[in-house]
Design a protein around this ligand. Sequence first.
Ligand SMILES: Cc1ncc(COP(=O)(O)O)c(C=O)c1O
Length: 381
Amino acid sequence: MQFETKAVRAGIKPDPTTGAIVPPIYQSATYVLEEVGKDKGFDYTRSSNPTRAVLEANLAALESGEYGVCFASGMSAVDAVFRMFKAGDHFVMSDDVYGGVTRLCNQILTKYGMTFTYVNTSDLSTIEPAIQENTKMIWLETPTNPLLKVTDLEGVAAIGKKHGILTGVDNTFATPYLMRPIEMGIDIVLHSTTKYLSGHNQIIGGAVITNHQHIFDDLKFMQKSMGAIPSPFDCWLCLSGIKTLHLRMEKHSENGMAVAKFLEAHPKVSKVNYPGLENHPNHEVAKRQMNGKFSGMISFELNGGIEAGRTLMNSVQMCYLAESLGAVETMVTHPATMTHAGVPRDDRYARGLTDSLVRVSVGIEAIEDIIADLEQALEKV
Ligand SMILES: Cc1ncc(COP(=O)(O)O)c(C=O)c1O
C-alpha cells in the first residue's frame, strides 16, 4: 500500500458484527470470557482494547514498523521508553528536545539512577565522544522543538549499530508522511499523537513504534503495568485525524514554507529557524530525509528581543497564542515561558533557546490570512 492508502485503510476492517465502515469506539472496561482461560483476544482494557488495537496497527503500518503501542500522552510514551532501562544506564540525547522531556529526564529519571548527556546531534561528530560504557540509547528529536535543528538519521543509526546501542527518534514534528526513521535504521520511533497525527487539537496521546519484538514486549508490559493508556474515544479521534494526515501535511508544509519566507524577508525579524530555508545549516539533510517537505513548525527572533516578541504574541488576532502544535489552527507559542518553562534559563541559553524566541505552528488556513495576521502583529512591534 502507498502511504496515503495506509493512512485511510491500514489495520482498519469493517466491524465484523455490523459492517460499520468506521471501527467502533469499544468503550468497555472488560470482556466476558466464554470459559476460564478462553477470551476473544481481549480481557481488560488497560492491557488491550479493540479500538486502541486498530490505532496501534495503523500507526505501525504508517511508520513501516511491525509493532505499535499507544499511551495516554506523548510524555507517558517517553516515560515508558526510558523505563525499559535501569539504574546505572546512560543516554546520549539531542540538546534541543521538548522541555517536558528534559524535565522528565533531569528531574525524575535521574532520581532512579539514570544519567543523560546532551549534545548537538545535528553535528554527528558530537555523538561518539559522549558515548560511555554504560550508554544504552541515543535519543533524538529531528527537527527539534523549538530550534528546528535537523539530525542525519542514517548517520545516527550507523553510530548506534557500531556501538551496539539502541537509537530512538521522536518523530512528532515531521510525521511519518514526511519521514520514516525505521526505514533509515532507527530502532524506536515515538509520537505525541496530540500533534499532527490526530491534528485537530482534540486529544492528548502518545505512541511508540518498533520492529523489535523484545522492545514491543517491554512496552506492552509497561502499558499494562503502569496503565497510562489512551481512552477508546481518544483512539477513535486519532484514527479519524490520521485519515487526512497526508493532505494536512502537504498544506502545513506549503504554508510553513510561505510563512518562513515571509518572516525571513521582514525587516523586524532577525533570525528564522526553518529546515526548508536554504540557509538552514542542515537544509540538505532535511530535504533528503523529509521527502523534500518541511512540515509547519518555525521559530524566529525579532530585532527588539523579548519585548518585541511579547508585543507580537499579544497582537495576533486570527492566530492563537497557545501551547501545543501540529493542529489545523495556526498557533503562536513563547517557548521560554510556555513549552520550555521547566528548563532552567542557563540551560536554555546554553542551547540557544533565548527568551526572545517565538515559535509558530503554521496551520492549514488560507496562507493570505495567516500572513496578514502576522503582518498586522509585526506592525505593532
Ligand atoms: C516533540 C514533542 N515530543 C513529545 C511531547 C509530549 O507530548 P504530550 O504533550 O502529548 O505529552 C511534545 C509536546 O509538546 C513534543 O513537542
